[in-house]
Design a protein around this ligand. Structure first.
Ligand code: CTP
Ligand code: CA
Length: 223
């Protein structure tokens, strides 16, 4: 019912967001990835659509249905995700980086399946590009929001990312709390911006998504 009768504070706004993990190939049959379920990003896409936004969702491999009305772009690696974001970022009003992007990729992906040989093996890794920082560095940039998954020093690390990546807002979750955040149905966020912060206490990810987007809506009105 909220979908039809609730306030639509994002009407007329375009939102681009990333969700899920990335997969970094090792060889044709193997990859490096992480446990991100994509649930928070998909909840944000659902909530934003219900709040009137036009939503484009760039997602890594996840087991989730596309929310009604959302344009979905499937990607695998961090580089693919960056390309899809850059192809779609023009004219976006808001960008939210919710994906758990692999920080490193394999330096040289093998063309054929790697056979086992010695008792030990090493994989050389190289840093992936930072998608969020690439968006915030654009001259005509959208209101740029990041996520920070931390296990300790949440405020210090989150504020560090807000500064370094030149973000408008960052939503931090403490992934050390059992049952919250990564791969869970519930989450709690501590949101930081230049001159303020707000706690969003633990609840289901759709409710939390609406609360975060409501906060973002008030910020874009005044920015
Ligand atoms: N992010 C991104 N591209 C990357 C790495 C991260 O866009 N290559 C985004 C994530 O989507 C998230 C934010 O940056 O919105 C923070 O990600 P996080 O992993 O917490 O921070 P990092 O900067 O990667 O630092 P670290 O993992 O060392 O804490
Ligand atoms: Ca990281």
């Amino acid at each position: 019912l909220v979908q039809f009768f609730g306030p639509k504070p994002l009407t007329g706004h375009k939102l681009l967001l990333t969700a899920g993990p990335t997969r970094e190939p090792i060889d044709p049959v193997r990859y490096i990835s992480n446990h991100s379920s994509g649930k928070m990003g998909f909840a944000l896409a659902t909530a934003a659509t219900q709040m009137g936004a036009e939503v484009t969702l760039v997602t890594g491999p996840v087991n989730l249905a596309t929310p009604l009305g959302v344009t979905r772009i499937n990607v695998e690696s961090a580089q693919d995700m960056l390309d899809a974001v850059m192809d779609n970022v023009d004219n976006q009003d808001i960008f939210i980086g919710c994906a758990a992007v692999a920080d490193y990729r394999i330096a040289e992906v093998a063309e054929s399946k790697i056979k086992k040989s010695s008792e030990n093996m090493q994989l050389a890794l190289v840093r992936n590009p930072d998608i969020l920082a690439s968006v915030s560095a654009l001259t005509k940039r959208p209101f740029t929001v990041g996520f920070a998954a931390e296990t300790d020093n949440v405020e210090e690390y989150a504020r560090g990312k807000l500064e370094r990546k030149k973000l408008d807002l960052i939503a931090a979750n403490d992934v050390s709390i059992a049952g919250l955040g990564f791969n869970a149905d519930a989450n709690a966020l501590h949101v930081f911006w230049q001159d303020g912060s707000q706690q969003l206490p633990a609840t289901d990810k759709l409710t939390l998504a609406k609360q975060l987007l409501t906060l973002i809506a008030t910020k874009i009105k005044t920015s």
